[in-house]
Design a protein around this ligand. Structure first.
Ligand code: GLU
Length: 442
């Protein structure tokens, strides 16, 4: 069974750039009939906040992502401790006592000598007495994973055949001085424990994949399939960071964007599939494929989101918005919706048209049109009205008055709606009804 995971660290609100891996995983699971795990990477007690985790669940649910399983790494320490013990027994995890300043000095020295700034494994050669001396000084060790240092090859579902040579990397630190776990060990232990079959994430993790494969193998796990997608960036090519407040999912929702518009932008930007309306996540899953993800950065253009939001609404059926309209106090409004949906770019714009239909409206009537509008009022057909009423009415008016085109239609629109533009009057007329039309034409 396919099982994927989205593993955000709850250190800020999710933004559209974080939504990209979340949704790509979700669509992948959807298409394969698999499962999606939401796994909070909250092992850093300093920076992780429950509020952010709660907000992330709500944001994902707004988009339509309902995880099969939610897990918090902060509650799974026993598993990581067990792995830690096994790695120490195998001689793959070793204590280091260097301070950050010492490491920094060594890196600078290596660079000055034209050598790669790789950790020199000095701590591996410490004697028991030297270790004891450090401990007596009050130093606490951090722990590094001893890499094999080899060429690792994997087939990435986005990037194809990929190579990472761990011989060119420092042994990664898995455990901090205070005993807390950095991202790598919990992530690998959980991927094994949860039976994750596909690790789909941003391409900023490609270089981590080598050490992670080594760690998975050391712990006797099955190496999953990897896929690393391009990251959403702004117009200048800068990554969208968590602090990019205006693009947080909560803000986008508050600004009245459709969840589907946000979802489509998050997924299809930077792929060979055009950004276009899709009714729901199932439809989006149909057109999306990892093989369509581009290698170039995915540039997110907020004006494209605006345009897509409008395009989506223009074809949205009434049933899909009925509940939300009712919350806005607009009920029984199918005819209004169908008449006005092509004139809105955010759902809340429908309120203007609702007000124009229900009134009061200040009709705009020029002196020279008064006679014409009186005639128009007298020629209003009897109800019931339908989609043909407008044509019949204005046809008669044209014959009677000789007016045509703009001279015929604009005064009617201004009198009936108080505005020079808007939905087709053909559809709007039956929504207005005869009584409102009589009043406004008078
Ligand atoms: N917390 C990591 C991140 O958000 C997870 C990376 C991964 O998917 O392995 O980048």
């Amino acid at each position: 069974m396919t099982r994927v995971r989205f593993a955000p660290s709850p250190t800020g609100f999710l933004h559209i750039g974080n939504l990209r891996p979340a949704l790509i995983n979700w669509l992948f699971a959807l298409k394969q009939g698999g499962e999606f795990v939401l796994r909070f990477d909250d092992t850093d007690p300093e920076r992780s906040r429950t509020e952010y985790a709660e907000a992330a669940k709500q944001d994902l649910s707004w988009i339509g992502i309902e995880p099969h399983l939610v897990r918090y790494q902060s509650e799974r320490t026993a598993l990581y401790d067990a792995a830690r013990g096994r790695l120490i027994d195998m001689g793959r995890l070793y204590p280091c006592y260097e301070t950050a300043e010492e490491l920094d000095r060594r890196r600078k020295r290596a660079r000055a000598l034209g050598k790669p700034p790789i950790y020199d494994r000095a701590a591996l050669n410490l004697s028991d007495a030297e270790r004891a001396a450090f401990e007596a000084e009050g130093r606490k060790p951090h722990w590094r994973f001893k890499l094999d240092g080899r060429a690792i090859t994997f087939t990435d579902l986005v990037r194809g055949e990929s190579h990472v040579n761990t011989a060119t990397q420092s042994d990664p630190v898995l455990i901090r001085e205070d005993g807390s776990y950095l991202y790598t060990l919990p992530s690998v232990v959980d991927d094994i424990d949860m039976g994750i079959t596909h690790v789909i994430r941003g391409e900023d993790h490609v270089t981590n994949t080598g050490a992670q494969i080594e760690l998975i193998e050391a712990l006797g796990g099955t190496v999953p399939v990897f896929a690393h997608h391009n990251l959403l960036s702004d117009a200048e090519g800068h990554g969208l960071s968590k602090r990019h407040g205006a693009l947080s999912l909560g803000d986008l929702r508050g600004a009245g964007y459709e969840a589907m518009a946000v979802a489509i932008m998050a997924v299809l930007t930077g792929t060979s599939e055009a950004v276009a309306p899709h009714a729901d996540l199932d439809a989006l899953a149909e057109v999306f494929d990892l093989s369509k993800v581009s290698r170039a950065p995915a540039r997110f253009d907020p004006s494209e989101l605006d345009a897509l939001n409008a395009r989506l609404l223009h074809t949205t059926p009434y049933a899909a918005v009925q509940n939300r309209l009712e919350v806005m106090g607009i009920s029984d409004a199918e005819a209004l919706w169908l008449a006005a949906r092509e004139n809105i770019s955010k759902l809340s714009d429908i309120e203007d048209w609702h007000r124009i239909v229900t009134g009061p409206v200040e009709p705009v009537i020029a002196d020279e049109d008064r006679g014409f509008l009186n005639e128009a009022r007298d020629l209003l057909p009897p109800e019931p009205w339908d989609g043909d009423t407008w044509k019949a009415w204005t046809g008669t008016l044209k014959d009677q008055t000789g007016r045509k085109g703009r001279g015929l239609f604009l005064p009617l629109r201004l009198a009936l709606t108080g505005r020079p533009d808007g939905p087709e009057l053909r559809s709007l007329l039956p929504v207005l009804g005869r009584k409102a039309c009589l009043d406004r034409l008078s």
